[in-house]
Design a protein around this ligand. Sequence first.
Ligand SMILES: [Zn+2]
Length: 102
Amino acid sequence: MEVLVFIGLAVALVLGLIGFFGRCRACGSWAHAFYPGHAADIPHGKASIVCKHCGDRQHKGEVSADGPVAWMSGGSGQFHEDGSYTGDSGTFADGGGGGGGE
Ligand SMILES: [Zn+2]
């Protein structure tokens, strides 16, 4: 079943590339590429991707006063009053939506 081996290698390669390019620049955590946190600084209109490992923030988008965010990468999402987040993560891998606020 060489096809399955090929598919497996292709998937591993893609995940490797996502992890490599999406890793945290501060601590190098590859998990950051797959499970990014989100933070909004609404008074300043800044939306950030937060490393859950070391807490490093990177300004990655613009957030409006009532919560909608437009990520620089083209994705979009919504911050809620309680600080949670839903929507496209704006990174290579959308962690299934949600996942913010913790
Ligand atoms: Zn980090």
